[in-house]
Ligand binder design. Structure first.
Ligand code: AMP
Ligand code: AMP
Length: 361
């Protein structure tokens, strides 16, 4: 794995007065680019032709590096271009979806905002679970095999695929039936089933909390929250039960967008402490811990219990609901603060304090 010293020596050669902020043109790129611009940085977009229209209609990009597929970001000539532009890359969900994690960890010599060491903890389900448990969070129960299913369970598949292919089952038998059906409908392959993760399905509403852990300020900030808008689970309730049965409808969880959320204020103490504790444990398991954005993905039940089913230790697309401002960012910063800008501000503050090496890895 690429060490801090290697990235440090690349950053040392960068012209600090000409730093650009770059990312892959998708997911939360507009959020990141707008924030970078507002903090006075140039922007670099690694882009495929089919998505060009987005950055023409929303002109926030100074330099475009075209690729045929996002996975080419790790190719030497792309890396070279990025370094030449003094780029600090901000990773987001499309990195997980389209770029090889091994290549990012071992062969990618472009400084990235955030702590690369935490990626290992994030992508390994067991490690992630022990991290969140150490932070005192409540987690859904795990089933090691479909045979163990004894109440409603959700089957999930690896990678940030935005809920594609997930399904529910309440017994080993219904699991086998559903899995077969998902494969037949082309939502899943047999190969996918090998990497499956089975969790207790928690009945409640989903709530995603967006935090920012600042190494410069030594604090964890709550900047926003959202809930998911997923096809088709978010529309099934609009169809009467009799038709649902007739059609043999199964919910699917393909993410289509995000909806802003504010929370009962009485839930805030727990949500704020959860963020602090997760960041604190991250310092113990992978020093210096989380650098920048992270998101706790939760289900809140009717008894106000908060179950955390996942953490993303980077910017999430749900923070796009806060572009411009979100209620929680507003409470701390006033107008014009949001995740993309908060990242750029941290980079700006680090440059001003001559501490850039603290935020890039
Ligand atoms: P895309 O570039 O849209 O294919 O997205 C890259 C990855 O991020 C995919 O795995 C998506 O499922 C996930 N993703 C994209 N947009 C969102 C969103 N608004 N909320 C959650 N996940 C998303
Ligand atoms: P994810 O891709 O992990 O963000 O989850 C996709 C969808 O599944 C979201 O609507 C979540 O609310 C839902 N979900 C994930 N895990 C659970 C769980 N353990 N219990 C209930 N719903 C869940």
């Amino acid at each position: 794995m690429i060490g801090k010293e290697e990235i440090g020596s690349i950053i040392e050669k960068y012209d600090k007065s000409k730093i650009s902020i770059g990312t892959i043109g998708s997911h939360s790129a507009l959020n990141i680019f707008k924030g970078a611009r507002e903090e006075g940085f140039k922007t670099v977009c690694v882009l495929t032709k089919d998505r060009e229209i987005v950055y023409r209609k929303f002109p926030l990009v100074d330099e475009t590096v075209y690729v045929d597929s996002f996975s080419e970001i790790v190719e030497d000539k792309v890396q070279e271009k990025l370094r030449k532009l003094n780029t600090i890359l901000v990773p987001h969900g499309s990195f997980n979806a389209y770029v090889s994690m091994e290549a990012l960890l071992n062969d990618f010599f472009v400084p990235m905002f955030g702590n690369r060491n935490l990626l290992r903890w994030e992508i390994d389900r067991e490690m992630q679970r022990s991290w969140l448990q150490r932070a005192g969070l409540t987690l859904p129960k795990i089933y090691n095999s479909p045979e163990e299913i004894d109440c409603l369970a959700i089957a999930k598949f690896p990678g940030a695929r935005g809920g594609k292919g997930y399904f529910l089952a309440d017994s080993p038998k219904s699991f086998r039936k559903k899995a077969k059906e998902m494969i037949r409908r082309g939502h899943l392959s047999k190969e996918d089933l090998k990497g499956m993760h089975l969790q207790q399905y928690v009945l409640g509403v989903n709530a995603y909390f967006q935090y920012f852990s600042s190494v410069i300020e030594d604090d964890v900030e709550l900047l926003g929250m959202d809930k998911r808008y997923e096809s088709n689970v978010d529309t099934i309730g609009r169809i009467p039960a009799s038709e649902q049965l007739q059609l043999d409808l199964n919910p699917t969880y393909t993410i289509v967008g995000n909806i802003p959320l504010t929370l009962r204020e009485s839930l805030l103490p727990e949500v704020l402490e959860m963020g602090d504790n997760v960041a604190k444990v991250s310092k113990e398991i992978a020093p210096p811990g989380i650098v920048g954005p992270f998101c706790l993905e939760t289900i809140i039940t009717d008894t106000m219990e908060i179950f955390t089913f996942e953490i993303s230790a980077r910017i999430v697309a749900g923070s796009n609901v806060g572009i411009g401002t979100s209620p929680y960012a507003y409470l701390k910063y006033g107008e014009g603060m949001y995740m993309g800008r908060r990242i750029a501000k941290e980079i700006r503050d680090a440059i001003n304090k001559n501490q850039l090496e603290k935020v890039v890895y």
